[in-house]
Design a protein around this ligand. Structure first.
Ligand code: HGY
Ligand code: MN
Ligand code: MN
Length: 419
């Protein structure tokens, strides 16, 4: 049996797998549109289940559609060491967000099989349902149910903007499984992911040792004015919901600028009604995404945002309704798992730096129920949630090697437990 120190993943096989699976929902611009619980999500899931079974894994699907591919170890009474991420994408997603993490997990299993390496604990590679929260909100939905943050039946009733219910869509694609979501413990959880920001590339570092994640707070805003004729309504008599909405969106941006340099704010979704070129908009719906590494500042930002919305509504003589539909505090990962990642990067001679994640990941919630850490690799220009998202084969390989080594370091620690 190979020694842990000799093991390296097969970079060509991993890269080829990432490129091949990008066909499921692939777009003309080289990205992926694979919204959760759509037919393209089903296609990649079917592929993943078949591939994991073909390398000897047992595959379970839970009631949230999350897929667990398990490779047995010497002592299968131990809880598994898990490797996970997501295969669902944004509407104009890239080839690597989430996908690099799940497929690197598959590559870790393939590598251990090739080497005939038997771990002490079983391993599980996990594809979490609906990490993105784009079609069905909130995000990190399945990992949130797994961690007891969300309640399954309430999640089943959540509708997308077209009125489809989550639970029905899950059943429609054939992934409303039997296993209880959160019904089994994980010995540890590691997630490899592109940074989705510019730090590693700017500092020319190969690996990010991720210590935790910033807090996030999402709002839904409905502005109600009065529809009326674009030609015959004098300006002073208008209750223009879109004009008020535009002022509100500028105020959202200002909230982040007032807490520079760490705060960020985004309005990503905007709907105008009736959306007709010669009707003064009567109502507008938009979403707000506020984030900051410090929870107290994030709360302050939320207060400033709410007051700004109310003020614009008063000044514009429109009504505004705010719903803080989702929030999660900042998260600190497990010191032991962080050391596993850092030691792995050291062992392998990769340049690295400690980093906090600006993006949300399933690890946010899994950190509540299992020792957790993440591994980042650079992406070109820090661009992500964009069809041009790009990372290099050697960067993906480095992340997967650190993932492999961190998991084996964790596993070696467990052998003491098992004996
Ligand atoms: O929104 C996020 O940070 C993640 O990409 N879902
Ligand atoms: Mn992601
Ligand atoms: Mn994402």
């Amino acid at each position: 049996m190979s020694d842990l120190n000799d093991l390296r993943i097969n970079p060509d096989r991993l890269w080829a797998t990432i490129m091949a699976t990008a066909a499921f929902g692939g777009t003309d611009k080289g990205g992926i549109c694979r919204l959760t619980l759509t037919d393209t999500d089903r296609q990649v899931r079917d592929w993943f289940v078949k591939e994991c079974r073909s390398i000897g894994c047992t595959v379970a699907v839970d009631e949230m559609g999350t897929i667990y591919a398990r490779r047995p170890g010497k002592n299968n009474s131990l809880p598994p060491i898990a490797i996970g991420s997501h295969l669902d994408t944004q509407p104009t997603g890239g080839k690597f967000d989430g996908i690099a993490g799940v497929l690197s997990g598959l590559e870790v299993l393939r590598t251990l099989n090739d080497a005939g390496y038997e771990t002490v604990a079983p391993l599980e590679v996990i594809d979490w349902t609906n990490e993105e929260g784009s079609r069905f909100t909130p995000p990190m939905m399945a990992s949130g149910v797994f961690a007891g943050v969300y309640q399954r039946d309430r999640v089943y009733a959540i509708r997308d903007r077209q009125g489809n219910e989550f639970g029905n869509e899950l059943a429609r694609i054939g992934y409303r499984g039997e296993a209880k979501c959160g019904g089994h413990t994980l010995a540890a959880y590691f997630e490899m992911h592109i940074e989705q920001g510019p730090v590693l590339e700017t500092e020319n570092k190969m690996i990010g040792v991720v210590h935790g994640m910033q807090g996030q707070s999402w709002y839904e805003v409905t502005v109600t004015g009065r529809e009326s004729h674009a030609g015959s309504t004098p300006m002073p008599l208008r209750k223009d919901a879109l004009l008020a909405g535009a002022r509100m969106i500028a105020a959202v941006h200002q909230v982040a600028l007032d807490h520079a340099p760490l705060a960020v704010s985004t309005v990503g979704l905007l709907e105008v009604s009736p959306n007709s070129r010669n009707v003064i908009p009567g109502s507008v719906f938009f979403t707000v995404d506020l984030r900051h590494p410090e929870d107290s500042v994030l709360r302050e930002m939320g207060g400033e945002f709410e007051r700004a919305m109310e003020k614009v509504a008063r000044d514009s003589d429109v009504a505004v309704e705010l719903e803080n539909n989702w929030a999660t505090p900042s998260v600190k990962f497990d010191d032991g798992c962080i050391s596993n990642v850092r030691d792995a990067a050291e062992d392998l001679g990769y340049s690295y730096r400690d980093i906090i994640s600006g993006a949300g990941h399933d690890a946010i919630y899994i950190a509540r129920v299992a020792p957790t850490a993440m591994i980042f690799i650079p992406c070109a220009g820090g661009i992500s949630h964009n069809e041009a998202e790009k990372t290099e084969p050697e960067q993906v390989a480095a992340g997967a090697n650190v993932l492999l080594r961190a998991v084996l370091r964790r596993d070696r620690g467990m052998s003491d437990q098992a004996s």
